[in-house]
Design a protein around this ligand. Structure first.
Ligand code: SAH
Ligand code: SF4
Length: 351
């Protein structure tokens, strides 16, 4: 396979043309004019275009299917050059994750093929971990989603398939390209990294100079409950996670978001709500409550609306900002990893 041009930020490209302005022209074609081939780069000589096409691949992925249409949530299933499948979800402002109205166009991006962390409720980890995405495969999801939808993405959440902080170097390299003015020019404050709780990597992130947003997939307010559904808690228990979050906040001064899926009979008791409020208080964090999106083949269920409301009220009554995320993607398999899983299961049935 040829090297992927997008695997490095534009300032590190080793193009056959060494002149700076030529490099800037190529970056302009890719990130501003959204060219999908070197052949389109009409202000480069034909010889150079051929040379570039011989030296590099431009497209890291191709579209397999898109669910959803128009101004609503769209879910893209992509095929990578080695045949692996990953997903991205485009979420327009009215359906934005944090419920605020704005011109926000959010893309939920994957960072790995599969996931090694195996949270018991999640479709992404069901088949285990296959490999890390390269920086170009991360950046390519944005470019291709924009091309397919005709929209401009201005907000990114690393909440697709995979554990972003377990692919730290590729993630950071992709963020350089996403953030730099000659790249996609999306501000760090519009980029959210979600983690299941890799405490040492949260500390690494605290040393990273950009002001990225951090979301923690907590899903349990005590070790006992968290451990039942998230094996990562055995390696990095709550105490270690909370310490790492405090360290992050001291270094960054950024508000952390605690993501909390509500699963019936598992983590939806009012006792958990009180303990969640306590943790949020210690961390000065806001809380996002997400009624569980059922996954075919898994036993977990979403609690009734009355339970969700009572849980939210209990958290809020302790002075914590908590919102219930209305799940708009349920009908298009928008929960992480579900579309890929279905496609692979269908393919396996055909074999
Ligand atoms: N690995 C990272 C980022 C990807 S998962 C992490 O876990 O944070 C993105 C979010 O989707 C996580 O908060 C995850 O817990 C949540 N999620 C996974 N399966 C879900 C489901 N079936 N319904 C609702 N949320 C789900
Ligand atoms: Fe992996 Fe996140 Fe899914 Fe857990 S919730 S299995 S860490 S993608």
């Amino acid at each position: 396979m040829k090297p992927l041009l997008l695997d490095h930020p534009p300032e590190l490209w080793l193009l056959p043309c060494s002149e700076k302005y030529r490099q800037a022209q190529v970056a302009d074609w890719i990130f501003k004019k959204r060219a999908s081939s070197f052949a389109e780069m009409s202000n480069l000589s034909a010889a150079l275009r051929t040379e570039l096409a011989e030296a590099f691949d431009l497209a890291p992925l191709t579209l397999v299917t898109c669910q959803g249409d128009g101004g609503s949530t769209r879910k893209y299933l992509w095929r990578l050059r080695d045949g692996s499948l990953i997903e991205s979800v485009l979420i327009p402002a009215t359906e934005a994750l944090y419920g605020e109205k704005s011109d926000r166009m959010t893309l939920c991006v994957s960072t790995q093929v599969g996931c090694a962390y195996g949270c018991h409720f999640c479709a992404s980890g069901l088949d285990g971990w296959k490999r890390n995405l390269s920086p170009g495969e991360i950046v390519g999801q944005i470019l291709e989603a924009e091309r397919q939808s005709g929209e401009r993405v201005n907000n990114l959440v690393f909440m697709g398939m995979g554990e972003p902080l377990a692919n730290f170097d590729s993630l950071m390299s992709a963020i350089e390209t996403i953030n730099c003015p000659e790249g996609l020019n999306i501000g760090a404050r519009h980029i959210t990294i979600s983690t299941s709780g890799l405490a040492p990597r949260i500390r690494d992130l605290a040393h990273y100079p950009k002001q990225l947003r951090l979301a923690i997939s907590l899903h349990g307010a005590t070790d006992e409950v968290r451990e039942r559904i998230m094996p990562v808690n055995k390696k990095h228990p709550l105490r270690e996670l909370v310490d790492a979050c405090l360290f992050y906040q001291q270094h960054k001064g950024r508000i952390i978001t605690l993501e909390y899926i509500l699963i019936q009979g598992v983590n939806d008791s009012l006792d958990q709500a009180q303990k969640l409020a306590q943790l949020a208080g210690i961390l000065h964090a806001k809380v996002n409550l997400i009624p569980y999106n059922t996954v075919e083949g898994l036993p977990w269920e979403r609690p009734p609306q009355t339970t969700v409301t009572a849980f939210a009220k209990t958290v809020q009554s302790r002075g914590v900002t908590a919102t219930v995320r209305t799940e708009k993607g349920g009908d298009i398999d928008a929960a992480c990893g579900q579309l890929r899983l279905k496609t692979e299961q269908a393919a396996a049935r055909q074999e």
